[in-house]
Design a protein around this ligand. Sequence first.
Ligand code: PMP
Length: 382
Amino acid sequence: MSSIGLGKGPQGELADLSAAGLLRTLKPLDSPTGPRVIRDGRELWNFASNDYLGLASDPELAEAFIEGVRKYGAGSAASRLVCGTLPPHRLLEDALAAAKGTEAALVFSSGFATAVGSLPALAGKDDVLVLDKLCHASLIDGARLSGATIRVFPHNDTAKLARLLETIRAKQPAARVIVVTESVFSMDGDLCPLAEIIELKDRHGALLFLDEAHAFGVLGPHGMGLAAQLGLQHRVDFQMGTFSKAAGLSGGYLATSTAWRDLLVNRARSFVYSTAPPPALAHATIASLERIRSTDGDHRRKQLRENISILSAKHPSPIVPVLFGTNDAALAASTRLEEHGFLVPAIRYPTVPRGTARLRISLSAAHSPETIAALASEIGHR
Ligand code: PMP
């Protein structure tokens, strides 16, 4: 029998992952998501989701989704440029641009699709993308797909970023240079030094692409993000975000100028060559945006801040990491917490750097303070 060139084959590769303690398997829930979920027949407090405001299981939001289906049907049936742009897509983009204070906004089917579509549309082989070392996989993949030169600066190290920008400018005075970073880092829950980064990118004639995925709905006036919190939103060239976390749904966006938006409409391949998100989802997202901006949203953010302070006095975001180092130690801690009724995921390489395996506690306004106190005493982390 002739052999096919499969290298080690999938079984061999899975065995390698397993031997390295890096094998992942799907662990489905047996219930809807929410602050309390069922897995393997057991009820657990859910500290694993990114549902920071508790909107994913909100009945009014579910109703808005149903209303969207009734009004606009099930699917959008075509890409946005062909005939998939339906009334709620336009309304959502207008509402988002107004909320963000930008000229325009463009919605994608996910945050991931936003990053891998927009970075290659904004930068090409003559350009330079300068990424924080801890940028999310979608930003890294988008940067790679762009074909631009990629430079990386150590996490939040503005001195190194300044030197990098000087070097780039000395060599390529005319290149388009885009600094890419996140406002809340997804696995550490820390913030980027946004004001300093903006100073630097302006000083060196660069642009800034800021992924507000974990800040949208959570930080700033009306939940409009870190840039808005610091009053700097007009100095961020590209504000990216997702509706899959605090907004409780799914989808991604880029808020920017009309000209950049028009360029993305022409060039972002995940936008051009992909069917438009279901119109009912866009309709529900408008409702979610309204909720996020409402006084109910303000109450939820206040509750969230109080919940965060129970676990960690001065922590700036709902993502609280507890570092263990080894994969086995982090996995064992996660298993032990699950036995005690808490769902807290262990995060390993390649999601985080080697040697920094951790528990990632994700807090929500939907958690009760008592539950968080119980978790805190379980992990001895006050
Ligand atoms: N950016 C960051 C920082 C993220 O954490 C995520 C989600 N893990 C994404 C982008 C991708 O967003 P989505 O889940 O909507 O695809």
